[in-house]
Design a protein around this ligand. Structure first.
Ligand code: HSE
Length: 306
């Protein structure tokens, strides 16, 4: 294979109870990427549409991830890359993760699958390190593996795939302000109160249990965040009002998507998700804030070849 075209999906990290360790993959929002081998022994980004992003290999998350992968293979193979960015940078739904995961997935295919999907995660994480100063895996893991992912540990890296209850839906509202992950990580306190930690690990464990037993109500009750949400939510216009509206319209739970400013409402079934989406739409429109709004299933496949 000389050329490949892929769909690299958006993802929602943290999911309230799992800061830096939990994420899931969306099915309707994503970038398209074309990668082909070249004989120049160079990584060349020929074109990026949809966003203004760096084209130099050392400054783009896609090529930085590929460099890490080629180094591990001791390979000097060159690649030409075209990216059509549909996920806005700084939106909180894994824009950099889609690029870095998509890039290593495509290169892996073009090289005959030397790595498993799980083995690609550390390379994609190098893109996250470039984008945010921190190599977290909670977006790149679900982008590569689909469904829900849990980062059991970072040192050593151990990532688990979790089941996706079939009726789960996510409504994603993106207020059109840019919030860089680097900045929204800077506001987080480095110390945690024991009582908050107890609440958080109880919720994370219960959330995982809910995924395994299709217990939608338990999933909803577990979408709580005592640690990160209180400090980050003040950066998101009308966060508390949106949460109240989502829950009053039947959402199971509501929280910040990744590092924001996008927020998510998790719902059971398309009908409830549609009414939550409609209510959030009306509220934000009335406030005069520009936004994007999506309703998505859980994408259990992850990156797709087009
Ligand atoms: N877990 C990361 C954070 C995700 O919240 O900073 C960034 O998308």
């Amino acid at each position: 294979m000389k050329e490949i075209k892929i769909f690299a999906p958006a993802t929602v990290a943290n999911l309230s109870c799992g800061f830096d360790v939990l994420g899931c993959c969306l099915d309707i929002i994503g970038d398209q990427m074309i990668l082909r081998k070249n004989n120049q022994r160079k990584l060349r980004i020929l074109r990026i549409t949809g966003q203004e992003l760096a084209l130099e290999a050392k400054n783009n998350v896609a090529t930085v991830a590929i460099i890490a992968m080629l180094e591990a293979l001791d390979s000097t193979q060159g690649f030409d890359i075209e990216i059509d960015k549909k996920i806005k940078a700084g939106s909180g739904i894994g824009s950099s993760a889609a690029s870095s995961s998509g890039a290593v997935y495509a290169v892996n295919k073009l090289l005959g699958d030397p790595f498993t999907l799980k083995e690609l995660i550390p390379f994609a994480m190098e893109g996250e390190r470039l984008a945010s100063g921190n190599a977290h895996a909670d977006n790149v893991a679900p982008a590569l593996m689909g469904g829900f992912s849990l980062v059991k540990s970072y040192h050593p890296l151990e990532v688990l795939a979790l089941p996706s209850p079939p009726e789960l839906r996510l409504v994603i509202l993106h207020p059109l302000i840019e919030l860089r992950t680097k900045d929204s990580r800077a506001v987080i306190k480095q110390q945690v109160q024991l009582k908050d930690a107890i609440a958080q690990w109880g919720n994370l464990a219960a959330f995982v249990s809910g995924l395994y037993t299709n217990d939608y109500k338990l999933i909803g009750r577990s979408l709580q965040d005592k640690i990160i949400e209180p400090v980050r939510s003040i950066l998101i216009p009308y966060f508390e009002e949106l949460k109240t509206i989502a829950l009053e319209n039947g959402a199971l739970g509501f929280g910040i998507s990744g590092s924001g400013p996008s927020v998510f409402a998790m719902c059971k079934g398309d009908t409830i998700a549609a009414s939550v989406k409609e209510a959030m739409h009306l509220f934000y429109k009335e406030k005069g804030i520009d936004f994007d709004l999506h309703q998505s299933k859980i994408n259990t496949q992850g990156i797709k070849i087009l």
